[in-house]
Design a protein around this ligand. Structure first.
Ligand SMILES: Cc1cc2nc3c(=O)[nH]c(=O)nc-3n(C[C@H](O)[C@H](O)[C@H](O)COP(=O)(O)OP(=O)(O)OC[C@H]3O[C@@H](n4cnc5c(N)ncnc54)[C@H](O)[C@@H]3O)c2cc1C
Length: 417
């Protein structure tokens, strides 16, 4: 067991770190203030994005999230830019990108596109890959994944009610979705929609997933939802109504009734990526906290000299390091096993990492006093963003259930309900 980063990880960290310092950080203001003048969606990305993406591609820092086996799934062998890094090699890079919310997009590594690309690679037909995956991998378009619905408890995906009905050589879709991340972006062109195509089939054969171009008649993005008031531009989180939306039969992904299989395949690596970016956000908050405490004085001492703050710093460092170790271990497990066999391990990091990061960010806000809750420092926005991680991709309780059921299994208790 070696706890040091491997030469491969250090190599990529050095390359990514240099690119961020030389090209991305000087452009930070353009991203932070992007779209401030635009009141309505779809939102545009700042023009500097395309320039940075071209530079990242030229520097070989493109599609870093795709594992080595990805190329084998490319139908008709179409080639794409990607160094083919393992989850373990990619994890520290995701952490580095996580320090700056806008950064992952520059390297074509941002959700929900990463999960959608993996889904299409793994389950898309040759035509679906050619039409949608190729431009996604080139960063030319963006995508959204529409599972969650306002009218049912979507933590349990068997509740999803959107209807996907066959009509000749088309499917007709009716339903209402929300929290459809990415639908505010002018570049979002394709939706992956989950819905019931066979309501009378056994529970896990009722749902299908289908590709819906966002400009199909009957698709309406009703509004953008805020996260504690933040709009998360340019991606945004839309409420989307699907009214008699007709798409060709060949838009169905993998086959009728296979929606759960497709959904499961999508979520494993994505949760590792979320957790590593969250650790990056916690590191950023700890840096800001230490800098602030070292520069402010009350009652004759800097705040950093107070034992209460030293204890909070100590816990922050300890919790971040624990979170990182557990996540790296899970990344390695995912590289070496099928995602279904390490489900409980993935749930452990999904449960532990956002909570640890939120404690660090909360202390960093406290250290900044009134400034901490203002928009002048990045902390309020960071807290809002990371708070959603306890809900996105399954709430804490659902992940706790997965872990507890695995733990209880040898005790032969009836844990089914
Ligand atoms: C910022 C953000 C981005 C998102 N992006 C997307 C996206 O791109 N696509 C998409 O489809 N969805 C997306 N979501 C939705 C997210 O995945 C769902 O909100 C989540 O799965 C929970 O579903 P729900 O909101 O219907 O909550 P519900 O299912 O109604 O659950 C409410 C609460 O009940 C509790 N609960 C649930 N099950 C149990 C249990 N078994 N035991 C005990 N308590 C339980 C939990 O506390 C949970 O928070 C996003 C959400 C947010 C906040």
């Amino acid at each position: 067991m070696d706890f040091n980063y491997s030469p491969e990880q250090r190599h990529w960290l050095d390359r990514l770190g240099a690119f961020l310092a030389d090209h991305v950080l000087p452009a930070k203001e353009a991203f932070v203030h992007a779209g401030e003048a635009a009141f309505d969606w779809p939102w545009q990305s700042p023009p500097v994005l395309a320039e940075l993406q071209a530079q990242a591609k030229a520097a070989g820092l493109w599609n870093l999230f795709l594992p080595p086996a990805a190329q084998a799934h490319a139908a008709n062998g179409f080639a794409f830019d990607s160094p083919g890094l393992s989850n373990l090699a990619y994890a520290p890079l995701a952490e580095m990108m996580g320090r700056y919310e806008f950064a992952s997009r520059i390297f074509n590594c941002s959700p929900p596109d990463t999960g959608n690309m993996e889904l299409l690679l793994r389950y898309g037909s040759a035509e679906q890959q050619q039409h949608w995956l190729v431009p996604l991998m080139e960063g030319a378009i963006r995508s959204a994944f529409l599972m969650t619905e306002p009218d049912v408890a979507s933590s349990d995906a068997t509740n999803i009610e959107t209807r996907i009905e066959r009509d000749g050589d088309h499917w007709v879709i009716n339903g209402r979705k929300w929290w459809s991340t990415g639908t505010g972006d002018a570049d979002c062109k394709i939706l992956i929609v989950m819905g019931k195509s066979a309501p009378d089939a056994p529970t896990h054969a009722q749902q299908s997933q289908i590709l819906v171009p966002i400009d199909t008649p009957g698709v309406t993005v009703k509004r953008m939802l805020g996260v504690f008031g933040y709009e998360d531009r340019p991606a945004g989180h839309g409420e989307v109504v699907l009214e008699n939306v007709r798409v060709p039969a060949e838009n169905l992904i993998l086959g009728e009734g296979r929606g759960f299989e497709v959904a499961q395949g999508r979520l494993g690596p994505g949760r590792i990526h979320h957790c590593m970016r969250t650790i990056g956000a916690a590191e950023e908050a700890l840096d800001l906290m230490c800098a602030r405490l070292s520069g402010r004085t009350t009652f004759g001492k800097t705040l950093a000299e107070r034992s209460v703050w030293q204890e909070r710093i100590a816990w922050a460092r300890t919790e971040i390091d624990m979170a990182r170790l557990l996540t790296l271990r899970t990344a390695q497990l995912l590289d070496e096993n099928d995602a279904r066999d390490v489900r409980a391990d993935i749930s452990k990091i999904k449960l532990a990492v956002p909570r640890a990061a939120l404690r660090v960010i909360d202390d960093a806000i406290q250290a900044h006093g009134g400034g901490g809750v203002s928009g002048d420092f990045d902390l309020a926005r960071l807290y809002a963003k990371i708070r959603t991680m306890r809900i996105v991709d399954g709430p804490d309780e659902v992940h706790a259930r997965v872990i507890a059921r695995a733990e209880l299994k040898p005790h032969r208790l009836d844990t089914k309900r």
